[in-house]
Design a protein around this ligand. Structure first.
Ligand code: SF4
Ligand code: SF4
Length: 693
């Protein structure tokens, strides 16, 4: 491959040093200084301004939460509309690295302009469309309304402006280092100066679009310009400055980052930054991004570049839940170049990559052989990553589907498939993916494989000891395994560690109290159960089931009035909760409020028509109210539903006795006594009755 060179119309004179260079160096240094201050502020105070990450725009568009990153992006777009595409060269942290790399290469005599590819140029705009436009298209397709835009705090899980979770959207230090090395150095060395901006950055595409409408441009005083080409030579963005200013009187290319290098180094002082007509689509008339200079790749190579890029991005994006999208795009561009260069080694007599000569006069040089070995190793590594990524992606997607409706038949069918994919990803992965482990834990629980789930949870806790969600799931799995002491310890740990006031923290706390209540109920420890359930209802007073459970525990403790209050509350919160009405009836009955009990049992029987106990107690209440006919109907229903229900037979016998059907009554007395000896036949007129508590 031949390095791209800029043909200039005349011999270059030594150029004056740009007077803007030191200001730009200062501005870019300040970017990292501000980063440092921001992080230090967060570390010292525990709270700080939300990160000015541009990808938070996606969260705003998806969730409606207005973030600092979104506001920052809006202000940058507005600034680009007015002042042109200046942010990239004066304040972008990746630009700092790219220009630093270019400077180092220049010092080593390795300066090179961007390689020219027509298809790779489409990556930034297509990526921007995929990130910001495509989700909206899908939203419209699925007929989902736009979210309501609002400000949020950490309590809602994603704070707008001030957060204690500064690192919420940033990768770990290793990935940050890899991103800087790849996007700031490798890509510049292999493809030329500022190629991250040219072939990767989706934000740059948006700023470039805004730049077309901006009145601020690099403009020329035609009377001074001698077409020496110095401006083109110094432009690290690869803009054909001398041609554009001659044709349009200004730089029209939206790749111009307004770094003012050309202005500062024009020997004739012919250029200036000024306002006037916007460029709009004029750059297209000048041959587009690279002017009329030919591209560096044949059309076939371009297709191979595009196909390889696509495959590499698919493989690396989100791999091990670590590789960010932008980094995978950079890998894609580098991988595509590696494949095309390797192919050229077979087809061309002379091949170079960057300034490294691989093949000369049809002879592959040692560097070329080493290059092929490195590319082959990277291809094997990428194939392995592809295998792992496939299983990760399938396993995670299926788990999400299962979690949306966990108790459906489809979820039951999908769970073993998801589990197999997740196990493969976990077994073959070079690094353990915590998301895969979390899904393994969830799916193993869904499959009832609690032992595997417990093992997975313990592995996760060894890595993330403060992960209360995992601690909670571990407690729930141990509870299923009846390992009550261990389960209780983990629930207690969740309660101790579920700090913060976020909805998620409150949800963890609530589930942990529910877990401890379940443990206490299984142990028959009703005071402890009542205490835990009281905590549950204080965290969420709208939980009808928790009120009903608390009522049950209080009833066991003999606190009938308190139990009645909880059952009544449960019934008010969920009028369809039959058990709440039934138990309320029992409590009322114990308090001697028979008329109220009769009404409660009637409600319960409507909601639970197939429950023999409900019919027995309703029958009993009716019998005590002197409504023997109706009582007999419900009691007959009770013995139909459960022919071995001794109490129902006994009460039915009493009702029949009241109705004068002594023969049938005697048969039911005998049946009751045979089922349970405590129910002995009673002489006529005996008022004894039996309820089901
Ligand atoms: S603008 Fe200045 S540097 Fe560029 S071609 Fe004209 S004289 Fe040369
Ligand atoms: S055209 Fe001039 S201002 Fe624009 S990027 Fe090139 S050197 Fe910088």
């Amino acid at each position: 491959m031949h390095a791209a060179t800029v043909s200039t119309p005349s011999t270059l004179q030594p150029l004056p040093r740009s007077r803007f260079a030191k200001w730009r160096a200062l501005s870019l240094s300040l970017v990292y200084l501000v980063f440092g201050i921001h992080i230090a502020h967060w570390k010292i105070t525990g709270k700080t301004m939300a990160p000015l990450e541009l990808n938070e725009v996606m969260y705003t568009l998806e969730l409606g939460i207005i973030t600092a990153g979104f506001l920052f992006m809006c202000s940058l777009l507005l600034g680009s509309l007015i002042f042109g595409r200046f942010f990239c060269s004066w304040a972008c942290h990746i630009m700092v690295l790219q220009d630093l790399c270019a400077w180092i290469l220049r010092k080593c005599g390795l300066e090179r302009k961007p390689l020219r590819s027509r298809l790779l140029l489409l990556i930034p705009p297509l990526t921007a469309a995929y990130m910001f436009l495509w989700p909206q298209v899908m939203r419209a397709w699925h007929d989902r309304a736009l979210p309501t835009f609002h400000l949020a705090t950490d309590r809602e899980g994603w704070a707008s402006l001030v957060t204690n979770n500064f690192w919420r959207n940033l990768p770990g230090p290793w990935i940050i280092g890899l991103t800087f090395l790849t996007c700031g150095f490798a890509i510049v060395y292999l493809l030329g100066t500022r190629t991250f901006c040219t072939y990767v950055c989706p934000y740059g595409a948006l700023f470039g679009l805004a730049d077309r409408f901006s009145p601020a441009r690099i403009r020329v005083d035609q009377s001074r310009c001698r077409q020496c080409g110095s401006c083109t030579a110094v432009c690290t963005s690869g803009v054909r400055v001398h041609e554009e200013v001659q044709q349009h009187g200004m730089v029209v290319n939206s790749a111009c980052l307004k770094d003012l290098d050309c202005v500062g180094r024009c020997p004739q002082q012919a250029l200036h930054y000024g306002f006037g007509r916007p460029a709009l689509l004029r750059s297209w008339r000048s041959g587009g991004r690279f002017g009329r200079v030919p591209y560096d790749f044949s059309f076939g190579e371009e297709l191979l570049l595009a196909a390889t890029f696509f495959v590499v991005v698919l493989i690396y994006r989100g791999l091990y839940s670590r590789i960010p999208f932008l980094l995978s795009l950079a890998f894609g561009v580098i991988g595509a170049l590696a494949v095309v260069t390797t192919l050229r080694l077979w087809r061309r007599p002379d091949v170079s990559v960057a300034q490294l000569r691989l093949k000369q006069a049809a002879r592959v040089l040692p560097a070329g052989k080493a290059y092929v070995v490195v590319v082959a190793l990277l291809a094997v590594f990428t194939a392995h990553c592809g295998y792992v990524r496939y299983h990760e992606q399938r396993g995670l997607a299926l788990t999400r589907q299962i979690q949306r409706a966990p108790y459906t038949k489809t979820a039951g069918e999908l769970a073993p498939i998801a589990y197999a994919h997740l196990v493969s990803a976990d077994r073959w992965g070079l690094i353990r993916n915590p998301n895969v482990q979390r899904c393994l834990l969830a799916v193993a629980s869904r499959l009832g494989q609690y032992e595997n789930a417990v093992a997975q949870a313990r592995l996760l806790l060894a890595r993330f000891p403060k992960d209360v969600a995992v601690e909670l799931q571990l407690g729930q799995c141990l509870l299923q395994e009846q390992r009550l002491d261990e389960a209780d310890d983990h629930f207690a740990a969740v309660i101790a560690n579920a700090g913060g006031d976020s909805q998620q923290a409150r949800s963890h706390l609530l589930e942990a109290h529910q877990g401890r209540a379940a443990v206490a109920l299984m142990r028959g420890d009703f005071p402890a159960a009542a205490e835990q359930l009281a905590a549950v209802v204080s965290l969420n007073p709208a939980l009808a089931g928790a009120h009903a459970q608390l009522g049950g525990a209080l009833a066991e403790l003999g606190r009938i009035e308190d139990a009645l209050r909880e059952f009544t509350k449960a019934g008010e919160l969920d009028p369809n909760l039959g058990a709440a009405h039934y138990n309320r009836g029992i409590m009322l009955s114990r308090l001697g409020r028979e008329a109220d009990a009769l009404a409660a049992f009637t409600d319960a029987a409507t909601l639970m028509p197939l429950d023999p106990d409900v019919h027995n107690n309703l029958g009993l209440a009716l019998l005590q109210a002197g409504r023997a006919h109706e009582a007999a109907d419900h009691l007959r229903r009770a013995v139909e539903l459960q022919p071995t229900h001794a109490a129902a037979h006994f009460n039915l016998a009493r009702a029949l006795q009241d109705l004068g059907d002594s023969a049938t009554a005697l048969r039911h007395f005998k049946l009751a006594a045979s089922l349970d000896p405590q129910y002995q036949p009673l002489p006529q007129g005996n008022p004894a009755v039996s309820e089901n508590p």
